[in-house]
Design a protein around this ligand. Structure first.
Ligand code: ADP
Ligand code: MG
Length: 413
């Protein structure tokens, strides 16, 4: 695909002729894309059916329509010079419709691979011959025969729906064939991937931005800690991860993006696993065709954020290698923080209280990002805190203080 360069409109541009970037989806990722685009002088349009979507609330224009609504898509085409997406479950057919007359990045074809764990794993396996990083041992279950044929050494394992899973949803851990059969039944026998359960030593992810000309900018490797399947903490500083593994993860991510002829921002997640002899190895898990929660630290710790990189890739602007200027962590702020720690759900729904932001912001190098969501709920992503400092020790110290102030679990030693 070739993309033309779309510079932001200058002072001579007439009203209605500004260079305009559109985004499918109005969640927090769309909001931060809109903020980055507006900072560079672009006009923005968001398509999202929710009248109070975080991105719709701040965009120049908000088309309140379903993602497959023909009129909504036609309006988006009419208003925008180029269009991106902020979530992977956007209908690939809608992106293909938009691409008939507008620049769309990432392409419908790339998004379709990321939407389907089976296709994603097949792509990773093809790239493994170049990168040396393979996915977990797995098999695809689509029929009773394929269920019967599951090799015994994939158990215990994790059964994952091939489509629509996120934040640990659409996944069941199974130890025996009986549990596997029952779990697949519970999932209405939709197509699934069964993955061998691995012993994880750590999780990490890499974000790259790739332009239509093939230029790839790779961000530093992030170490991620999840709670209940939801990202809780990202750490990005020297020593957070083994340097050799981090280099391999970056090289693998570039190979995965290149091999797809990907245009836009791509995040690939990895597991660090312990081999039989005790050596550490890398396993590629999944990818997201968009900026990622684990890349939010780039807003305050890098000279180009993942959202600015998304704007640049979409607009065909240069993508120099981003530089991380500060060691950093990112703490996710879930809706649970708005409620007393021991409140029942019924109490919680009645008495949300604002978390102690003043105490958090009194600590050096704390950067608060809230998404403007109306209504905190347990488990809902409400915002994040980026923490930067002049040294690793200082960032870790501030992070420990932030976690204590918020009543969140402490950092590992
Ligand atoms: P999601 O789309 O929900 O993020 P993932 O495939 O990333 O789905 O799985 C969520 C989490 O479950 C991972 O971050 C990891 O902690 C754990 N997990 C997933 N697959 C495996 C596996 N094969 N072995 C061990 N843990 C796994
Ligand atoms: Mg994941």
């Amino acid at each position: 695909m070739s993309l033309k360069t779309l510079l932001p409109g200058g002072p001579s541009v007439k009203a209605g002729q500004q260079t305009t970037l559109g985004v499918m989806g109005g969640g927090q990722l769309g909001r931060m894309f809109v903020q980055a685009a507006q900072a560079m002088g672009y006009f923005t349009v968001v398509l999202d059916p929710d009248p109070s979507s975080p991105a719709g609330l701040i965009s120049h224009h908000h088309i309140k329509a379903a993602y497959d609504d023909e009129q909504g898509l036609a309006q988006l085409v009419q208003r925008c010079d180029a269009i991106t997406t902020e979530f992977e479950n956007v209908p690939a057919a809608a992106l293909a419709t938009l691409a008939a007359s507008r620049t769309v990045a990432p392409s419908a074809a790339c998004v379709a691979v990321a939407q389907d764990r089976a296709r994603e794993k097949a792509h990773f396996e093809q790239c493994a011959s170049i990168s040396g990083v393979s996915p977990a041992p797995h098999t695809i279950i689509t029929t009773d025969a394929s269920l019967q044929a599951v090799p015994a050494d994939l158990l215990p394992g994790i059964l994952k729906t091939t489509r629509m899973g996120y934040d640990g949803k659409g996944q069941v851990r199974v130890s025996t064939r009986e549990q596997l059969a029952a779990a697949w039944d519970d999932l209405d026998k939709v197509p699934c991937v069964l993955e061998k359960m691995l012993k994880l030593r750590a999780e990490c992810s890499v974000i790259v931005a790739r332009g239509a000309d093939g230029q790839v900018a790779s961000f530093p490797v992030q170490k991620n800690t999840h709670n209940d399947g939801i990202l809780a903490l990202t750490e990005v500083y020297d020593g957070a991860l083994d340097a050799t593994l981090a280099q391999r993860a970056q090289a693998s991510t570039v190979a995965i993006a290149n091999h797809l002829h990907y245009v836009g921002v791509l995040c690939v997640e990895y597991f660090v696993v312990e081999e039989a002899g005790g050596a550490l190895d890398l396993v590629v898990n999944e990818m997201a065709p968009r900026p990622h929660n684990s890349g939010h630290y780039t807003q305050n710790a890098c000279d180009v954020s993942q959202f600015e990189a998304q704007v640049r890739a979409l607009a065909g602007l240069p993508l120099p290698t981003p530089r991380q200027h500060s060691p950093s962590t990112m703490v996710n702020l879930l809706g649970d923080l708005w409620f007393a720690p021991n409140a029942t759900r019924a109490q919680a729904s009645q008495q949300p209280v604002s978390p102690p932001w003043a105490a958090v912001l009194a600590l050096p190098g704390t950067h608060l990002h809230l998404y403007g969501k109306l209504g905190a709920r347990p488990g809902r992503k409400m915002g994040h805190l980026n923490i930067t400092g002049s040294s690793v020790a200082q960032v870790r110290e501030t992070t420990a203080q932030v976690l204590a102030v918020l009543g969140l679990p402490t950092l590992d030693a």
